[in-house]
Ligand binder design. Structure first.
Ligand SMILES: Nc1ncnc2c1ncn2[C@@H]1O[C@H](COP(=O)(O)OP(=O)(O)O)[C@@H](O)[C@H]1O
Ligand SMILES: [Mg+2]
Length: 270
């Protein structure tokens, strides 16, 4: 994922990004230098043990945190703050409960200076994309968790970002809802060609969705392994039972297991 050829053409490049929280003496090193070159239209899933720095990395790409060293470039430009070309979806709870669904989704375009009519038009279009046009005038608290996450996705897409950053967006949902939303995000990704960086705990989810899977080490996080995958392109509803899928899963489980054991050892020493 970080060959020089890919780096030159990258939509998103993460160049030796490290992060330490707190002081040199008693701070926490969350990330060791991480390099990734992500091409236009890639769907990158990041997996790694709890506390290994996945959210830290995503927050640095989003511009919510600054790296201790290194830089993030979007289409060749260094970023140091949040920007509309990067849309973010969190695990839950990021909607404005006092605004209708439509106003939540129109909020970003309006903040970008679009007219109210244009902002509402684009908001409706994106609500339609996630199948929620008929809920436009409801409030977030009236919707199920899965519907709220679809609104959050519509809201992120309504700013027409080049890159979509998602931090365990389906982690709080039940299994069935999660599978349906996986299909939906796959369809949206295919339809829009967005570049997506997706953090997940689910190896199956990563194998279904990703073009590339990055396995991170225990803290301090670094890239332990990176794979290309194509299972998401298969129309086979039983793809997860094929020997190739099972073997890919076995490899990732083995890599993650080593890191989870290390993460637990670190926890026990605290
Ligand atoms: N704002 C912060 N201040 C201090 N330490 C933090 C902060 N955010 C995260 N950390 C620490 O950095 C490490 C990585 O956290 P995080 O990026 O949230 O991991 P992950 O998302 O992989 O579970 C953890 O040890 C966590 O406690
Ligand atoms: Mg996290």
């Amino acid at each position: 994922m970080s060959s020089p050829a890919r780096a030159a053409a990258a939509k998103l490049s993460i160049n030796a990004v490290s992060k330490r929280y707190g002081s040199l003496l008693d701070g926490v090193v969350a990330l060791e230098p991480v390099d990734m070159a992500i091409a236009d239209g890639d769907f990158v899933c990041i997996v790694g043990p709890s506390g290994c720095g996945k959210s830290t990395l995503l927050n640095i790409i989003a511009g919510f945190e600054s790296p201790t060293s290194g830089a993030v470039m979007v289409a060749g430009n260094a970023i140091n703050a949040p920007g509309p070309e990067r849309g973010v979806v969190f695990q839950q709870g990021a909607l404005f409960n006092w605004m209708t669904v439509l106003d939540n989704v129109a909020f970003g375009p309006q903040a970008l200076g679009w007219s109210a009519a244009q902002a509402r038009e684009t908001a409706m279009r994106h609500l339609d994309l996630v199948g929620l046009a008929s809920f436009a005038h409801r409030y977030p608290y009236e919707l199920s968790g899965g519907m709220q996450q679809r609104v959050a996705i519509a809201r992120a897409l309504a700013n027409e970002p080049e890159v979509l950053l998602m931090d365990e967006p389906f982690a709080a949902l039940d299994h069935q809802t999660r599978e349906l939303l996986q299909e939906e995000i796959h369809r949206i990704w295919k339809g829009t060609g967005k570049t997506i960086v997706w953090i997940t705990h689910s190896i199956d989810e990563a194998l279904y969705l990703a073009t590339h899977i990055v396995v991170m080490s225990a803290r301090p996080g670094r890239v332990k392994a990176a794979f290309q995958t194509t299972f998401g392109d298969s129309a086979d509803p039983f793809i997860s039972t094929t020997p190739e899928f099972v073997e890919a899963k076995r490899q990732i489980v083995a890599l993650l297991r080593e890191e989870s054991i290390e993460a637990q050892r670190q926890e026990a020493m605290k």
